[in-house]
Design a protein around this ligand. Structure first.
Ligand code: SF4
Ligand code: SF4
Length: 297
């Protein structure tokens, strides 16, 4: 279940890459900028901004999932089977479907298109999410296919995955991008929906494998950017011998509009992204711990 394939990506590992975003995630981070990645099934989106309330989608929907009362269009998501008929009928591109089942071969054909760019830039394929390891069989097969063709493989993960999933995928992975959010397990659970024990176990497993590792830290003001947490992460990461560098990923608001399009509310509305000075201050904590650190916008 794929929700996006992004070509010419330059922030998801070395060189020019194709990033394959898989749908489905065991976490629900409050700041998630890809809320369409969280559910593991296809789902409908509706833009009230683009909608002209013409009612064509109501007529097209066989399950009566869409209704129009006055100028309010409502979607009953429990009734919606994501068939896409309303999307085809909308004259204003106000509707869309997030998520599509694709075979390994279909995804590989997309990835292979930019093989020349990978070779010239030291790039390759990155599988991200959602949580890529929620579909370990698919990732393992795709990575195997890519490696057979000499394409570098990178896994972008929250770390919240089973040991079995790691066992399937890690041997086929050339580089791991590993998210760390909070060292305080209760704060982690409060803000992502899950405690951090499984994630820290996963991190040990990756370090023991000897695979190159880049730690990525979302910096979310008031949630995980306090000195205690930053210093605790720096101490923890400084002790891991396979870490190549630390990337800070500043919180941004680009995903906010998608929550409404999915019929969901956004709990961090109004939160301002961190400023340059704050980010530089956090970077310096990691550098003082002997780690290479950069901000990735
Ligand atoms: S068909 Fe499109 S523009 Fe018309 S009511 Fe439905 S979503 Fe709105
Ligand atoms: S995707 Fe299909 S089931 Fe869902 S609202 Fe549109 S027409 Fe109805």
């Amino acid at each position: 279940m794929v929700f996006n394939i992004q070509r010419f990506s330059i922030h998801d590992g070395p060189g020019i890459r194709t990033t394959v975003f898989l749908k489905g995630c065991p976490l629900q981070c409050l700041w998630c900028s890809n809320p369409e990645s969280q559910s593991n099934s296809a789902e409908i989106s509706h833009s009230d901004l683009l909608c002209r309330k013409c009612g064509r989608c109501v007529a097209a929907c066989e399950t009566k999932a869409v209704s129009l009362t006055g100028d309010v269009l409502s979607i009953d998501r429990d009734r919606c089977g994501a068939c896409g008929k309303c999307v085809e009928t909308c004259p204003n591109d106000a509707l869309g479907i997030y998520g599509k089942e694709m075979s390994v071969e279909e995804v590989f054909q997309e990835v292979e298109r930019d093989r020349g760019f990978y070779l010239n830039s030291g790039g390759g394929v990155t599988v991200s999410g959602g949580e890529a390891l929620a579909q370990p069989g698919f990732v393992a097969e795709l990575f195997m296919r890519c490696r057979d063709e000499g394409i570098h493989t990178c896994l972008d993960t929250s770390g919240h995955a089973s040991a079995a999933a790691w066992r399937d995928v890690l041997p086929l992975t050339d580089l791991v991008l590993f998210d760390l959010k909070h060292m305080d397990s209760l704060a982690h659970e409060r803000t992502t929906g899950a405690s951090n024990e499984k994630i820290l176990d996963s991190l040990n497993l990756v370090v023991e494998s000897g695979k190159p590792l880049i730690i990525r830290i979302p910096i979310v003001p008031g949630i995980n950017d306090g000195p205690e947490n930053v210093e605790a992460i720096a101490r923890h990461v400084a002790g891991l011998k396979t870490v190549r560098k630390v990337n800070l990923m500043p919180y941004h608001r680009f995903g906010e509009g998608k929550y409404a399009m999915l019929g969901r509310s956004y709990s961090l509305a109004g939160l301002e992204p961190p400023g340059e000075v704050r980010l530089e201050g956090i970077c310096s904590v990691f550098r003082s711990a002997g780690l290479e650190c950069e901000v990735v916008n």
